[in-house]
Ligand binder design. Structure first.
Ligand SMILES: [Zn+2]
Length: 76
């Protein structure tokens, strides 16, 4: 299993915001981009990530548009 401690360290590469786990994907809590988990290893390559509905390119993502490293303190 992918450890919870490791998950907490992972952030969206564009917005530096926390990710939430949904099955075998990690979802950015801000822009909704999905990163696959392959055999317990998250694939954080943005080029291979799945963009959310309504976002055709990386430039459409809220994390990219805003370009800020805002951390949601839900786990604090
Ligand atoms: Zn994001």
């Amino acid at each position: 299993m992918l450890s919870e401690d490791l998950l907490k360290l992972l952030v969206c590469p564009m917005g530096k915001v926390p990710l939430t786990r949904e099955g075998e994907t990690l979802v950015c809590s801000h822009c909704g981009t999905r990163f696959a988990i392959n055999e317990d290893i998250p694939n954080m390559l943005i080029e291979e990530a799945q963009l959310p509905d309504g976002c055709a390119t990386l430039a459409d993502l809220p994390c990219v548009k805003e370009g800020k490293a805002k951390i949601d303190p839900t786990d604090a």
